[in-house]
Ligand binder design. Structure first.
Ligand code: ATP
Length: 526
């Protein structure tokens, strides 16, 4: 855990230092839950969105029915008629359970705070048998108790031990203590008191907190002007489903895809960009006949899981977690989370759900508009079922950044081995594909390097750098995740060749300067 915490700190610091991700409004002390993407980050994030859009909308795969999937795109407004959010259930139900610390006044999401309890095994054995009062007292008063913020129970014990002082940590690791975690919103009166992860103060009971950001439209600020920043992109797709049917030639089964901003007033944003208040989603609403929903659900669940593996996330760090029946929303028939082992724990990257006909039926009832689909061939009229793969762009970006992070050794100018930080991005995602350097700023080298740079930049993300020792320039590109670096040197003038260095193997080979673009494209398959 300490190592993993260390790793996360290194990633956050590299992200800032190299211009991937900055805290928003930093010169004013930042603003909790908001982040800005710097020059490298914006390229990385754009590459992820472009790859998704390409694979989902422009060049979709073949579906389980053996036919190419029909998919169209959409870009809806962020602010919609507030009736949309009444119909969808968000106004009443988009709540998280909130608890406050009575002492330090910090606020937490009750389903993300645990009481971590360590019980003395010897004391347990010494309890008088049959004395229920003594047993209850024992359970309520563990030998050690910590408040821990975590996404799920599996992370609690390690986090509690890591947060303890060294003396307590030694005792907890001695094997003499039994561990139990209680989620604060599931606590009963026979459980230990819920305490604050920050100061150990007592927590209040949980109450509901609606996570939609409110705003007002126009000059009035009364309730007639109330509007919301969308908490998901999906509803924009549902309310446009008829428009798409009427203006395109799609027939069920078909999908509508959208990438866009969403806003949630998260009680406690944390884990870097993982839980932000402003973020982007990549969502598909896939409309099909109710009788075909099960195979389509399985198709999308497995296809989306594979997409992450195909782009470099290790399958050993990915988990497909099918929701238990009692976890499902009342309208959902099935749901699975695609989870990734981040340095701070295993957490959700994307959710895939069979939402049945719930959303379209709700909008039909609320708007009075007909949301049925008429099948010309079978002459059947029905409200389609919807399969929804819903992923977060920022969570995907963070996962690919964490996966890419690596440390190894590389020789410096004098041949001594030095620690190297390298981001081993999938070629599709690398913010810069090739960097071009003149060895020195004379002898025509900058001009030649510039010419190669210009030729490459027309087709892919290229970078030109002539400052500092060439070893240092390599190091900077390793930290940016650039797959290839090209150096123009003395030999270039003699025979037109340049060296090209591979980020991962650090091998250098000589190739003709005018074949750099083709070389890079061939190896990166772009
Ligand atoms: P969580 O349980 O982590 O709050 P969720 O189940 O509420 O997430 P969904 O409503 O299913 O999330 O949203 C779909 C996707 O949007 C998530 O899988 C995630 O990738 C992304 N997402 C949701 N909330 C946030 C957030 N606060 N910050 C960044 N991404 C988010």
């Amino acid at each position: 855990m300490a190592n993993e915490q260390d790793l996360m700190e290194k990633i956050v610091s590299l992200a800032k230092r190299r211009g991937f991700i900055y805290p928003s409004s930093e010169i004013y002390g930042g603003i909790n839950g908001f982040w800005d993407y710097g020059p490298l980050g914006v390229e990385l994030k754009r590459n992820i969105k472009d790859a998704w859009w390409h694979d989902i909308v422009r060049c979709p795969a073949t579906g389980p029915d053996g036919r190419p999937i029909q998919m169209v795109g959409l870009d809806c407004s962020i602010i919609m008629n507030p009736k949309v959010w009444e119909a969808s259930g968000h106004v009443v139900n988009f709540n998280d359970p909130l608890v406050d610390c009575k002492k330090c006044k910090a606020r937490f999401r009750a389903d993300k705070v645990f009481v971590a309890c360590f019980y003395d095994q010897a004391a347990f054995k010494a309890l008088p048998p049959g004395d229920t009062g003594a047993h209850l007292n024992f359970v309520r008063n563990p030998a050690y108790r910590f408040g821990v913020e975590a996404d799920d129970e599996s992370q609690v014990q390690a986090a509690a031990v890591a947060g303890a002082n060294s003396d307590t940590r030694r005792k907890l690791q001695s094997g003499k203590y039994e561990f139990r975690a209680v989620r604060v919103d599931r606590r009963t009166s026979s459980d230990p008191l819920a305490v604050c992860p920050a100061c150990d103060g007592e927590l209040t009971d949980a109450r509901k907190f609606n996570m939609m950001f409110k705003t007002s439209i126009g000059a009035m600020e009364d309730s007639s002007a109330l509007a919301y920043l969308r908490p998901e992109t999906a509803q924009g797709i549902f309310v446009n489903y008829k428009n798409v049917l009427d203006t395109t030639r799609v027939k069920t089964p078909f999908g509508i895809a959208q990438i866009g901003k969403a806003f949630r007033n998260e009680i406690n944003p944390r884990n870097f960009t993982f839980r932000s208040r402003e973020f982007e989603q990549m969502e598909i609403e896939f409309f099909c006949h109710p009788g075909q929903a099960d195979p389509w659900y399985e198709y999308w669940r497995d296809a989306r899981f594979k997409w992450y593996i195909d782009h470099g996330l290790k399958s050993s760090k990915l988990r497909l977690r099918n929701h238990e029946k009692d976890e499902l929303a009342h309208y959902a028939r099935a749901c699975a989370d695609i989870e990734y082992e981040f340095p701070f724990g295993i957490s959700e990257l994307e959710g895939v759900a069979n939402r049945t006909d719930f959303d379209l039926t709700q909008h039909q009832k609320s708007s009075g508009r007909d949301m049925t689909y008429f099948d010309d061939e079978t002459k059947e009229r029905f409200i389609p079922y919807v399969i929804e793969p819903s992923g977060g762009v920022d969570r995907a970006t963070l996962a690919f950044l964490c996966e890419a992070y690596d440390e190894d050794e590389a020789p410096d100018e004098k041949g001594a081995m030095q620690k190297r930080t390298v981001l081993r991005f999938h070629p599709r995602f690398a913010p810069i594909k090739v960097a071009i350097f003149p060895l020195v700023r004379k002898d025509g080298m900058p001009e030649k390097a510039q010419a190669i740079y210009q030729a490459c930049a027309k087709h892919l993300a290229a970078f030109y750098d002539e400052k500092g020792a060439v070893g240092r320039r390599y190091r900077r590109q390793d930290e940016a995740g650039t797959p290839f670096c090209v150096t123009v040197d003395g030999e270039t003038r003699e025979n037109g060749t340049v060296t090209i260095r591979d980020r991962d193997t650090m091998q250098q080979v000589r190739i003709p300067g005018d074949s750099v673009l083709a070389y890079v494209r061939e190896r990166l398959h772009i």
